[in-house]
Design a protein around this ligand. Sequence first.
Ligand code: CA
Length: 240
Amino acid sequence: MEGRRTILIVEDEPQLRGMLERYLRKEGYQVESTASGSGLRSIMARSKVDLVILDLILPDADGIELAKHLREGLNTNLGIIMLTGKGDEVDRIVGLEVGADDYVTKPFSLREFLARVKSVMRRVGDGASRARTPKIAEVVRFERWEFDLLRRRLVDPEQKEVTLTPGEFSLLKVFVENPGQVLSRELLLDQTRGFGSDSLDRTIDVQVNRLRQKLEIDPKNPRILKTVRGGGYIFAVNLT
Ligand code: CA
């Protein structure tokens, strides 16, 4: 079926894999699944995948390495949700070097899982539909950075392109659309995910930190994305 979104499940526990597969199919998604990293590679090579559900620990591969590999791939608009166990280093997973859009800790409810899937799909889908619409490029500039909202391109002052995950893109987009305004975590979550949830507050902090690592000269002492005590965050420089 043309136009259906494709989700690839990479999970070595057969029961969980089967359950997620059936559930997502019932929700109308096209679903592929594999138990291994090598399976992931071969499916990615032959299918157009919109979202990868990636288990952190696989028999033949490290989920973190696989996520990094996916992020370096051609499909910059790919969503990645990591499945983690209790006690896993979640900061590393949603953290800087990996670029997953979200994570779900086992055991999780199918409802929670679906909410994450839908929210990442929304962001990924947003990019796909934008890319098909030929519009005049919407480019904003700040501090010698260039951010092309249509092409989802961020270029640094040295003219080097900086890769953003779909989550980072959505977040930076909200910031540049609201410069000089204090944006609460709640609002940022709402704008980037499309639904409200208190428990995900930390994810916004992690995503802001990731953006800082990419944008700021000194991420510990940010000039562009500042923290407002008790308030949230503010895009603190002017757009030019
Ligand atoms: Ca596993």
